[in-house]
Structures are given as structure tokens and as C-alpha cells.
Design a protein around this ligand. Structure first.
Ligand code: GLN
Length: 293
């Protein structure tokens, strides 16, 4: 079968399977299997796939029509312009989470995370529930391009296979970071200038309403924030004071209806200058504050 007919057939199958963006996913998979870019496609849409390509493409189409996420088929997701390996053990990096990284980078650049407000101070970062490592690694990657910044980073997760994925990503991207197996702060005795986290925050009962790609294929332990979705914010906020330097910053990704509750938790636990940031859709997405004992 030629490129054009494959593309059309895949898009039709995806559409009837309820895939959210059937045409786009058909394109991605066709390019993934054949290496044919859009430009090359339009130059010669009648080109036949080789036998091996056809077999591989059919297998990909079958998987995607079964609502297996595109990223689990290709094994990668781009985040902050970097390519991350992903698999069933890690939450697929979301574009919304780039807001968290951007806010962290702004604060680091301004020197806000170091005790004396200078951006050339040694800064220790911690990313709790690191998953693929996408948050920590992209902060280290972009902040690390400022030669005078002196950053080091630790990512932790309860999942060993997630940590292996994060280590693999660090190695592929050529970024130095430490990854520690830990239930939140359990195995992390040190203090940090900045703690970042995109913890599980979906209400347990709401998980069944999520689209199949998320509900069935993102790890449940990366989504489930217990009955009210706030369990991890409670634990992390309560314990962060013992793990932050004076004036250190705690920064969370949040669900769009959690800003008021997370702000209040942080206030109660001694955080000041609490700030809420919105994502590109105009929804509350990030909360951060400063710990000053
Ligand atoms: N933002 C993710 C989603 O919408 C949830 C990630 C999380 O719980 N931290 O599925």
C-alpha cells in the first residue's frame, strides 16, 4: 500500500476508535515507521511502503487504535525542546508542566533561590516524584547553560523502574544528576535551595473519567492523589521546611482547581510570597512559595 492510502486508513481507524487527534497521530506514526517527512510525503504520496515498513506500520496502527499512547509506541516525548525516553513506568511529560520548568528557571536566573539572592551561589535542586526526570533534567539543562550558575540536582521517586528511566534520560542528554529511590523525603537527609514537584494530584474517584491513554497507560501511582487529590501536597508541604535552606523555594505543579487549597497549605506551614501561575490555557498550574523560618 502507498503512503497516502496508509495515512488515510490509519486516520479513519483512529477516528472510529475515538483517538483525540486521529490525523496528527497517523502522520506521526507514518513518519516514525518510514522516516518520510511531511515535505517528502507531498513530493511523492504514491510511494509504496516496503514489506517491513507495512508490517511495522500495521502493528503501530493496531496499537494506537487500542488507545495505547503514541508515546508508548514511539518510546519518546519531547519536553522543553528535549527528547525524553518514556515507557509504562513513567508519566508521559505534559506540555502544561513546562510552566513549572519555566518558572523555576526564572527564579534561578534572578538568584531568588539562593540565600543572598546571587545567582552564582551553589544551588541544590530536588525534584520529588521525578518520573522520567523531565523536570529536573530540563531545569539543569537550561540553567546549566549559564556558565556562572553552580547547580546540582537530585531526583527521587518511589518507583525503581521510573528512576532507571530518569537515569537513562540523564545519560542520553548528557546531564549530571543524582537519582535516589525514596518515598518523598525518606532517604533524602540533605537540604535544598529549591524543591520542585509534579506529584500525583488526581482525585482517586476521578481517575476512571480520564481518557483511556491516561487511565490505562500512565502509571496509576503517578496520578492518584488520594480522595481529595491533595495527599502529596500535604505531606510534601509539611516536611519541606526540614529540607529547605533558609529562603528556599518550594514549587508545585497543581491541578487547575487546587490553587486555593495548596496556597493555604503552604501558608499554614510557614511559606511566604506564595505565587500562583497559569498555564497557556489560562488555568492555574503552578504554585510556589518561599520558606523563611
Ligand atoms: N496533569 C496530569 C493529567 O492531567 C496529572 C499529573 C499528576 O497527577 N501529576 O493527567
Amino acid at each position: 500500500m502507498n503512503l497516502k492510502r496508509n495515512l488515510e486508513r490509519a486516520a479513519r481507524e483512529f477516528e472510529s476508535a475515538g483517538v483525540p487527534e486521529p490525523d496528527l497521530d497517523a502522520w506521526y506514526l507514518l513518519e516514525y515507521v518510514t522516516g518520510v517527512s511531511r515535505a517528502a510525503y507531498f513530493a511523492d504520496p504514491d510511494r509504496e511502503l516496503t514489506g517491513a515498513q507495512q508490517t511495522a506500520f500495521d502493528a503501530c496502527v493496531e496499537k494506537r487504535a487500542a488507545r495505547i499512547p503514541l508515546q508508548h509506541i514511539t518510546g519518546t516525548q519531547e519536553f522543553m525542546g528535549l527528547s525524553f525516553r518514556v515507557n509504562a513506568h513513567v508519566l508521559i511529560p505534559r506540555q502544561d508542566t513546562e510552566i513549572l520548568v519555566e518558572e523555576a528557571l526564572k527564579l534561578l536566573k534572578g538568584g531568588a533561590a539562593s540565600a543572598d539572592g546571587r545567582e552564582d551561589q551553589a544551588v541544590e535542586l530536588l525534584d520529588l516524584c521525578t518520573g522520567s526526570g523531565c523536570i529536573l533534567l530540563s531545569v539543569l539543562y537550561y540553567a546549566g547553560r549559564n556558565a556562572h550558575m553552580n547547580l546540582s540536582g537530585t531526583g527521587s521517586d518511589l518507583s525503581e523502574p521510573a528512576l532507571e528511566t530518569a537515569r537513562d534520560n540523564a545519560e542520553r542528554l548528557g546531564i549530571r544528576a543524582r537519582f535516589v529511590h525514596s518515598d518523598l523525603f525518606e532517604n533524602l537527609p540533605g537540604r535544598y535551595a529549591m524543591i520542585l514537584s509534579n506529584p500525583p494530584y488526581i482525585r482517586s474517584a476521578a481517575i476512571r473519567n480520564l481518557q483511556p491513554e491516561v487511565r490505562l497507560y500512565d502509571p496509576g501511582m503517578a496520578l492518584d492523589g488520594d480522595a481529595d487529590g491533595l495527599a502529596f501536597y500535604r505531606r510534601i508541604t509539611a516536611e519541606s521546611g526540614r529540607h529547605l535552606e533558609q529562603n528556599g523555594i518550594l514549587m508545585f505543579e497543581i491541578g487547575c482547581d487546587q490553587a486555593a487549597e495548596v496556597t493555604e497549605l503552604m501558608r499554614v506551614h510557614g511559606f511566604t510570597d506564595i505565587t500562583v501561575k497559569k498555564d497557556l490555557a489560562g488555568l492555574d498550574r503552578v504554585v510556589y512559595g518561599r520558606y523563611s523560618k
